[in-house]
Design a protein around this ligand. Sequence first.
Ligand code: ACM
Ligand code: ZN
Length: 753
Amino acid sequence: MRKELILLLLIFMVSCADNEKTEVNIIPHPVELTVNQGGFKLTKQTQLSYSDPALKSAAEYLNIVLKSVTGQEYTVSQQSKEGISLHVDASLSTEDAYTLNVTNTGIQITGSNPQSVMLGIQTLRQLIPVKTDNTIRVQNVSITDSPKWKWRGMMLDVSRHFFDKNEVKRFLDIMAQYKFNKFHWHLTDDQGWRVEIKKYPLLTEKGAWRTANNHDRGCIDLAEKQSNTDYLLQEDKLRNNGTEYGGYYTQEEIREVVAYAAMLGIDVIPEIDMPGHFSAAISQYSNLACFEKAGWGKVFSAPICPGKDATLEFCKDIFKEIFELFPNEYVHMGADEVDKTNWIKCPHCQARIKNNKLKDEKELQSWFVHQMEDFLNENGKKLIGWDEILEGGMSKSATMMWWRTWAKKAVHEATAQGNEVILTPNSHYYFDYQQDYSTLRKLYEFQPLPKGLSAEETKLVKGLQANVWAEWIPSRKRQDYMTMPRMFALSEVAWSQDKDLNWDNFYQRLLAHYPRMDAMGINYRPLDLNGVHVSNSFVGETTVTWDYPLSTISIRYTTDGTTPNENSSLYTAPFTINETTDFTIRLFRPDGSAADIIKTSYRKEEYIIGEEQGNKIPGLKCEWHEAVVNKSAEIETIPVKAEFVVNEVVIPEGVTNHKQAMKYIGYLKIDKEDIYTFSLGSDDGSMLYINNEVVVDNDGPHGPRTLRGQKALGKGYHPIVVYYFDMNNGGFVELNITDSDNNEIKNGFFYIP
Ligand code: ACM
Ligand code: ZN
């Protein structure tokens, strides 16, 4: 060959060599990941093969996944070939361990069992570009991976609002993509019975339907107020000319969903909540309760009567059918939030207490749980219950789901006596709770294991789970909004090693998952607009800058209080204002759908000069008004139980019960004229006043929520008042203050002795 030709050929080969490295943004982060130069190109000729017959369905699933991206089906065969191949290697010791190797010539996924091969497939999915031209190039990588926690769960409540079998399958699809492996299906509750029980047909014929309740009306109201159709009751869940809401799964549908989940590598754990949260059944079969008129207690529905043998038989009959439908070893029987008032008055219950030498109604509750647990065990099943099963004694074989973050000792107590525990702390893992700018990061950085567990106790913690209660989630779209991206953050916390849990790194990877969600039609919650508070302050004039990390999202706004629509002003670059302006902002996804309304006011202020120091000395006065209130203003009407001096806005140790209605009074010492940002977080409500003006209104009953407001302050001492209350245990309050350079201000409080 002539020299020139060889040279030309060499130049051609070099320019064709694949030296590219496309970004790899896998969530949850794998244990070991090496990104290598080059990539594997998928063509029409690519073969898909599996080396073990047990992998047939995994290979078929992968084919469907690939088809959804490329529009093309591949040849699937059971022989090891070049291309994409799936293998089982039992010597991969850890449960759920897999390896994934992508090279120029092929892709191999090897798992310790078929389920872990599915996990490898999910990782591969995230390596396939969202937008493909005609060739698909998968970045060369070498991955060795296994989970931190065995139990990576999501619970879905289908009682408060109903999600049909296809909606549940879609939920499972997303779970699988982020390596969740336990689906806890909250099938029954006061607001609707959702699983067909052949022996008791009224449970679904009537118990699955209701006329609109408070939550339905609240949702419809929100749909109107927030111009958000995602809050509307879904037409396909209505019957009798829209007068009744509900739905249920036939046993055949349950089986179909369970089989689908199994194909994805997800176990399904049914929950039949009893003895409380059972009124959907009690209202159809009235002899189940203590009295003819079961009714409601202060907060919870009246439970079943554990004093009557017939009630126990009824519950066992239900479980018998449940055992047939759900192959998993676990059955969840709730046992949370039981109002025991009727049990105190009921002769059957009192006879039961006496005959079994029980101390009180708490022990009656645990007696009932034990009866059901024995029945489960006789049928080869294991019991899971919410952490109330600890009260009155828990048997060794029960697994406790810890949800009451405020019941701080529960995990220690349960594990110390040898019980297994799953962590679902409501402070961070309740995905029905509202979201603010801080929610995702707090969830990601939260350490779910309570402090002080021994190594032995820690071993009994099976893993983590988030719960999606559906009182305020009437549609699939709202469900998306509340669960994503929170689910991705939890996925990483549950799967990845501590060494790989890094918020900044996660955030960067998360950005790449938005186009994926767009492609999947997920109605996610977009990331927050940086620097937008409930109120922003400025002096003179200011530049409104809404930095946003996702170019796919359009930011539209109005200044007349109307809800932005697709024709409203589009934010494209920073702009200047010199008057107080109230903005209503909405972020639009690429498909034109809008996220929740954001209201922010940019207030023109002057620097207020503070008072002289006078006799003021360091500290903040804290008054405890011992009461349960639901509005800050009510705190003033309650006498002071005790007074404390604190250094920051915290609940003093001396506050000995959950009736927390607090008022903090003092002065804020300001050394430098500046715009200050106040982040006030609480569960439930709180209010911040400075110089007698509201700076942050975080009032009313709610879950953990942090709001930020600003104030222009001059030098001197500024009167500050914070109100805070908690309605139902487990509250918190915190106030952080930063200056315009984002420096935190500490120890700035003073009070008049
Ligand atoms: C619960 O949230 N009642 C378990
Ligand atoms: Zn009774």
